[in-house]
Design a protein around this ligand. Structure first.
Ligand code: 1YM
Length: 663
């Protein structure tokens, strides 16, 4: 725990911690007053929290929880703890508890302080501004318990072991209140650590309220990623009637994760393919299963962190998948000598996969430092997964055949799709000068101010065309329901007139060639009736954008118009209500003898009303569509567009949020 020079301590993960200074400070020969140094260190965190937790928005707030949870999970992964419990109380104070050994309660010889005080007041030296990784778990957010302490109004630690209870409290951003004390006894069998803290509202100025779903979903995910570890969540806030208590425990790990991810999909073979292994200190776990969809959903993790940019573990998986399937298909004579090999994309069609590795020294690359770079991982994953996939195929020939046949159909479809894509590409290149006939374009050519309204039906399209400001607003009416791209192969998608019109009008290309900078309109606004059919068309359009032009959603170009539900009139006063609650309020304000009209569709509004309520930037409310969680989005589209009815019903009942208000 100490070093000959200065005040360096080794932390639980073997990395070094340095007292005082900023994170990258070097150890100097002497510290006269370690306490001042410590507080300066914590003060540095408070001055520039963004350098330690990436942001002080809601995201940064949640990082505090993950930091402490990671420490509990480390203790569980080391085999000492079985359960980590997170509780949020009605004041948004968070308690994280584990049943491990309990943090060491002795003194640190160099600091002269208790080890616990040291853990919570000394910055880790290894973590580079939240971007580096020095911890076996955690990694990206492994910035240390001291950072959580620095950013809390108060923080309390309880430790239980050998029949004793120890306690230490910190206030005002990490100042210890007295010393670590033995405050009582406990059952000899009780052991573990409890950390309770309140995020400092002067740091987290945006919000100090935790999002129930973010905490719940991440704890569930951590339980899937760490089989045999129990993660409990108690939300004691009185917000709504949401379920408040969760107990996540998955003996089957990733196998159960795949079952969970595929729950609203139709699988093409019965058993989840599962592989695990260990080589050179690197632990590998992979699970996958095919469904009847066309899109792969592959999630990769390193040390429990979602490596969204992929990396060497994903490459190893992809290599093994196509190599093994091709070999099996040839050996089993399903693929004939004259046939070409199945491509990597063919082998991935409709697969749901999770790849999780644990690495003592991960290297991250890429724009967001979420791409795994360690090259040895490629072969290790490929070997471990390849061998166990091969064994699965040989032992389960029926399932093997179903998988190969799916890839072969994908291969044939890919050839047809390529032709259709090329035809569409040629067409849209030719059509730049001849935009779709149904499009009423705007006169401005400045894309940054232009908007296109995708409108359901010709009659609403007519009103929109008359009501718009033709300088910057274009109207594209769609006839009837557009194609459900979730259930159609590419060749049919590109054959669809409505889809072709949109591709040509937008001008941004599609699939891997999508280029939002080429969009002819800054805002694409979906304007449909406020009824079930309207909602359906909206989802179909979003599905198309999501699967064929995802980056225009990611970059915030897609919006949903909000037409009013009611018009209320009393004498000359006309008011519009966009929600039932608003209507209630208007009724109260205007009193009785008002006439109300409920709009069933856009067609019931004349051009002027449509402009005033839904299209005029001064009055309208647009909802910006965002996707910040690929897993959620994928689930969402499968539920709404897939075959299974039950999940769709449940989803609508739960009424989850997909879009965010943007005024
Ligand atoms: C609610 C959060 O932090 N649990 C926890 C932390 C530690 C230990 C056990 C622990 C580790 C070791 C030995 C060791 C920590 N210890 C340290 C340090 N839960 C939570 N549970 N004994 C106990 O790694 O050798 C840092 S964290 F540095 F003191 F070893």
């Amino acid at each position: 725990m100490s070093d000959e020079k200065g005040i360096v301590i080794k932390t639980e993960d073997g990395s070094e911690a340095v007292i005082g200074g900023t994170l990258d400070s070097k150890v100097t020969e002497e510290y006269n007053d370690s306490e001042i140094q410590v507080l300066e260190g914590l003060e540095a965190v408070r001055k520039r929290p963004g350098m330690y937790i990436a942001s002080t928005s809601s995201k940064g707030l949640h990082h505090l929880v993950w930091e402490i949870v990671d420490n509990g999970i480390d203790e569980a992964m080391a085999g000492y703890a079985s359960t980590v419990t997170v509780t949020i109380d009605e004041n948004n104070a968070v308690t994280v508890e584990d049943d491990g050994r309990g943090m060491p309660t002795g003194k640190n010889s160099k600091t002269g302080k208790s080890t616990i005080e040291t853990i919570f007041t000394v910055l880790h030296a290894g973590g580079k501004f939240g971007g580096g990784a020095y911890k076996y778990s955690g990694g990206l957010h492994g910035v240390g318990a001291s950072v959580v302490n620095a950013l809390s109004s108060w923080l309390e630690v309880h430790v239980y072991h050998d029949g004793k209870e120890y306690y230490l409290r910190f206030e005002n951003g990490g100042h210890p209140v007295g010393e670590l004390k033995e405050i009582g006894t406990c059952d000899e069998s009780k052991h573990g650590s409890v950390v309770k803290f309140l995020a400092d509202p002067t740091i987290f100025t945006e919000t100090t309220v935790y999002d129930h779903e973010i905490i719940r979903d991440r704890l569930r995910q951590l339980a899937f990623l760490n089989k045999g570890i129990r993660l409990v969540f108690n939300d004691e806030r009185q917000e709504d009637d949401k379920k408040k208590h969760y107990d996540f425990y998955f003996e089957g790990g990733l196998k159960q994760y795949i079952e969970y991810l595929n729950k609203s999909k139709t699988v093409v073979h019965q058993d989840v393919i599962y592989a695990e292994g260990y080589e050179k200190d690197i632990q590998v776990e992979v699970a996958c299963q095919y469904n009847d969809g066309y899109n792969p959903a592959i999630y990769t993790f390193c040390n429990n962190i979602n490596t969204v940019e992929g990396g060497t573990h994903l490459e190893g998986f992809n290599n093994a998948l196509s190599r093994t399937i091709n070999k099996y298909a040839r050996d089993a004579k399903i693929l004939k000598d004259k046939d070409d090999n199945l491509s990597a994309d063919d082998c991935r069609e409709g697969i749901t996969a999770v790849i999780s590795i644990k690495h003592p020294d991960p290297q991250y690359e890429g724009q967001t430092k979420t791409k795994l770079g360690n090259t040895v991982v490629r072969k290790i994953v490929s070997d471990i997964f390849g061998a166990q996939l091969e064994r699965f195929l040989l032992e389960n020939p029926d399932q093997g055949k179903a998988i190969v046949e799916k890839a072969m159909v994908a291969s044939q479809a890919r050839v047809a799709a390529k032709k259709a894509r090329e035809a569409t590409r040629r067409k849209s290149a030719l059509e730049v000068s001849s935009l779709p006939g149904k499009l009423s374009d705007c006169s401005s050519k400045d894309a940054s101010i232009c908007e296109i309204y995708i409108v359901e039906g010709d009659s609403a399209g007519g009103s929109a065309k008359q009501g718009r400001d033709s300088h910057f607003q274009a109207i594209l009416p769609l006839r009837g329901k557009i194609l459900n791209v979730e259930k159609a192969r590419q060749a049919r998608v590109f054959d669809n007139n409505e889809i072709r019109s949109m591709i040509t009008a937008f001008g941004c290309g599609f699939l891997e060639e999508t280029d939002p900078s080429k969009l002819r309109y800054n805002k694409i606004v979906i304007m449909t009736d406020a009824d079930v059919d309207g909602a359906h068309i909206r989802i179909l359009l979003l599905t198309f954008f999501y699967r064929y032009m995802r980056s225009i959603i990611e970059q915030g170009h897609v919006y949903i118009a909000q037409p009013p539900l009611y018009k209320a009139q009393k004498g000359n006063t006309v008011r519009y209500a966009y929600t039932e609650q608003q209507m209630e309020r208007i009724r109260e304000e205007l009193g009785d003898r008002i006439s109300t009209q409920r709009y069933k569709g856009l067609g019931e509004m004349n051009a002027e009303q449509l402009w005033e309520t839904t299209m005029d930037p001064k009055n309208r409310t647009l909802i910006r569509v965002n996707i910040d969680d690929a897993e959620k989005a994928d689930e969402y589209f499968s539920i709404f567009m897939g075959d299974e009815v039950e999940p769709r019903k449940n989803y609508i009942i739960e009424n989850a949020k997909f879009a965010e208000l943007d005024i």
